[in-house]
Design a protein around this ligand. Structure first.
Ligand code: SAH
Length: 264
């Protein structure tokens, strides 16, 4: 791969782009120059011949792109972090030791929503930590990557069910969870009334409004829902919908996006 670079005036640019296309460029990056004009950087396969001569009268130069380690670049976006009081989320390649007293949860690979890097997911994790008692049954409603289901299992849940209306997310969760939960594509309508101790739902306010009644239906008396995913501005609306479905607020986690509600 090589890059042909040169500057040109505004009125020349379109003609030069056409010339570069004719010369077989793979793509051109156009950067506006302070004070007018453009820097054109055209990418070519290694075998492109006579290029510098063709555009030589403009002072064109040929260079090779710097080798970029894209694996390292992508990994740098991920970092191990603490969630709640008991969890430690870490990418699979991270060697950072697990802080004392915490449980290590390997982050899902990122093909579906829910790596743990998003605040709403971490609040849902903290909510689960707070409310889940050992052996209880859990539904991860809108599982995305499967992260809440995995955390529920790690925190000592008994039966764990996870579902997502997006079949690709359900497939990703199934792969990540490796048997730690029963995963299915779809919403929760097929689950039995009063069959769950805890429902964890990190959903947008709109998505929550659709399933609030279902969440209340699924919870056993005394069951608890961990609701996350609503921006502060929508919190009153979500509280109203939850209250209308019979879910009574029992606590909120400080940033105010996740809250735990109990069925009455
Ligand atoms: N649980 C993960 C992902 C949350 S993103 C986490 O906490 O990070 C929300 C997910 O909910 C998306 O994957 C979306 O497809 C799913 N979803 C939205 N409405 C749903 C519904 N009615 N039933 C099941 N899944 C739903």
């Amino acid at each position: 791969m090589q890059i042909l670079s040169f500057e040109c005036r505004e009125e020349e640019k379109d003609f030069l782009l056409a010339d570069l296309a004719e010369a077989g460029t793979l793509g051109v990056q156009e950067t506006a120059r302070h004070g007018g004009g453009w820097l054109l950087e055209a990418w070519f396969e290694d075998c492109a011949e006579g290029l510098a001569e063709k555009f030589g009268n403009r002072g064109a130069t040929l260079s090779r792109p710097e080798a970029v380690d894209w694996v390292a670049v992508s990994r740098a976006q991920w970092r191990a972090l603490e969630a709640g009081d008991r969890l430690f989320l870490a990418p699979s390649w991270d060697r950072a030791p697990t802080p004392e007293g915490r449980l290590r949860l390997v982050m899902p690979p990122g093909t579906a929503a829910g790596t743990g890097l998003h605040a709403a997911t971490r609040l849902a994790l903290a909510g689960l930590e707070r409310t889940l008692r050992p052996g209880e049954s859990v539904l991860d409603l809108g599982t995305g990557s499967g992260i809440l289901a995995a955390a529920a299992r790690l925190l000592g849940a008994g039966r764990v069910v996870a579902c997502d209306i997006d079949p690709d997310a359900a497939a990703a969760a199934h792969q990540y969870l490796e048997g730690r939960a029963q995963v299915f594509a779809g919403s929760c309508r097929s689950l039995r009334d009063a069959s769950l101790d805890v429902v964890a739902a990190n959903l947008s306010p709109q998505a929550f409004s659709v399933v609030a009644g279902e969440i209340a239906r699924l919870l056993k008396p005394g069951g608890r829902a961990v609701l996350s995913g609503s921006p502060e501005a929508k919190r009153a609306m979500v509280s109203r919908v939850a209250g209308g479905a019979g879910l009574v607020e029992t606590g909120a986690i400080e940033i105010g996006r996740a809250s735990c509600r109990e069925r009455v």
